[in-house]
Design a binder for this molecule. Sequence first.
Ligand code: SF4
Length: 398
Amino acid sequence: MSLRKFKVNGKDLDALELKVLLITNGINVPSADVYEQLGRTHRLSPDPLECSCLLLPGNIVVHLAAVGPRSPFNLRLGESGQAYLAYHDEFVTEVSFPPATRFYEQQTSNGRPFRGTGVLQGVDVLSFAYLWSCEYAQAGLACQFCHTGGYTEQQVRAGQAEPAFPTPRDVAEVVEHAVNTEKVAKHVQITGGSTMNPQAECDRVIAVLNAIDSVTGCDKIPGEIVIFTTPPSDPVAIDDLFAAGADRVACDIEVWDENLARQICPGKSRLTGRQRHLDTLQHIAEKFGPNKACSSFVVGVEPLESFLAGAEYLAQRGIVPIVSIWMPHGRPVLGKTAAPGLDYYRQVRDRIAELYAQYDIEPPGGAGFNVCLCRDTWNHRAEILGKKAATCDCHLAQ
Ligand code: SF4
């Protein structure tokens, strides 16, 4: 399906451009009516722990960060009862939401609520974003953009204990419910905080994978299990994650420019560093093949050229660069609270589409993620590359 077009403030935007603007600006939901009326039939909630998203026409998934009136985008209810987006008061498009779910009403056999344990993203993803505390954040070295790490840092500073984290069995029961009972997810993403152990989080991840295997069967997950983890001091330790059922492993570099990374990600920069990430990613690519190693970047916090240099470096080696759009609301990075303009992200999307095609890279996921642009770009790569070829005037120089 081709990307739908919209008029925003007099400009023609496609659905991916609108997604970028909605994520970087957040959305204002001026009246609780939207939640009250549509929350009964759709997966839509004001609770940030439920990580709501909206679906633009063409089923482009967009995270609903309700930031209040500082966003020019308003989510409203029309007379027909259909939700729509407006730029200030100007109609942009009708939007929809995933169908209602009972997922967030459940609890595990341990009595642990699903809400706050895992989140449903888009229409086919179950994510566990923070299965254990980040030791870098505990040491006051949280990444500037990271909300969960920032929360841990604050708790430690205030001398407060963090809430208990889920057990591997809790995770496995949540997976079973999402994948088999309600069938609201095909793909599973597992992330914990970074640890300082040289073995990194391998043992903890293996315990989670073993629990999923005993309850559901890792090979019965219809999509993929993607593990996001700290690179261990010996890259070979990662092999055990694949043996335990991981389909892909990501070690997130976040920021390619090492000088900026020192300021933005002080813990990662000091305790693991870019080279250890690259050694592990390269080991995975060599041993398990292309598209098995991934690395997320928080796109928007560094100059375009340095991000693209990192993305190309990885893609050339069969490693997937994941494009996570920086959400500047809430946590400033290097003192900045505004993301770069749309032109920056257009160039990201166009170049990433080229890199994916040139090096045969396929990012994880199916229908797309709340804040990532990579799978959407891959899903629409033919159209993006075709449009770029049609508008390219490089033949004039020949
Ligand atoms: S290392 Fe990971 S969990 Fe810790 S602060 Fe950085 S992004 Fe957040």
